[in-house]
Design a protein around this ligand. Sequence first.
Ligand code: UDP
Length: 337
Amino acid sequence: MSRVLVTGGAGYIGSHTLRALQGRDYTPFCLDNLSTGYREFAGDTAFLAGDLARQSDIDEAFRNRDISAVIHFASHALVEESCRNPHKYYSDNISNALRLLEGMLRYGVTRIVFSSSCATYGMPARVPIDESFPLDPVNPYGTTKMVIERMLRDYENAHGLRWIALRYFNAAGAAHDAGIGEWHNPETHLIPRLLNIACGMGGCAEIYGEDYPTPDGTCIRDYIHVMDLALAHVAALEHLFAGRPSDVFNLGTGQGASVRQVLDRAREVTGRRIPAAVMPRRPGDPPELVANPEKARVVLGWEAQHSSLEEIVETAWRWRRGGLCQALAARSGASRG
Ligand code: UDP
């Protein structure tokens, strides 16, 4: 069994990855400061409440644990917030990653899987997007992901670090047993926002723009089930443990869905009324982001298995009405279901 340090393992994608690791030849160890994650999400994984801002916490995570790889999720991840408060993103996301890399060097850990994003591509000229597209992020969040990818390259050149950067498209859905899922406060993402309304939280779904150059005028995204993302991290670790080269991969399905298509599917799956209104465009939204996931298929042997819009919305809806999500909603004063 290889021990893997998972930073941010109490977050949305991190917690699903803990589960994927546990079912295989890895023993995860979770380091999370619980700023946006939930202790319950890490389940029975060994857990340290610690912060990458403190070298002493990083040392504690590595010391005497025989860690052989790191998966790094922990970071601020709100695009809009990053535009309002770039300092928070540049200072925390980048310096924490740097401290983590230095910690890896001190403890002789040479493998890392990094949670990157399609936000590194900015406003691509066309779709589908493959890994050779130029990186040109249009917000500080995407810029931090790009910079950290560059740092990984530099640490490889200087210190022999081996890394995989996974550029996620739109993570969505929840574990099939509804034990963990997506819960952000505030919630900015389309699918959980629609399901909050379906749950009776009130309000009206907001469609950010209906005048995009797409068939129905709304933005198109490539939604990828969080369990598929989790499995890609396992494939990335296997790649590194097999001694194969550092690399970067897009994680998506290759199929786009428009905001209107997602809304229709949410109405269908929930059987609830979800009133919607068209709002102005949200600044910084590209009309269409769809991955070309071919490289991950060929090199990692990874392919989305659970990412039909139906399965995504169904699992997210089951989670939204399940016990833990209801408890989290109650804590935040949003409990109807
Ligand atoms: N969106 C929307 N209404 C919402 C939230 C999102 O129309 O309440 C749109 C958003 O403009 C984008 C898509 O849904 O085109 C997905 O947005 P989300 O915030 O879920 O993910 P992003 O693509 O920004 O990472």
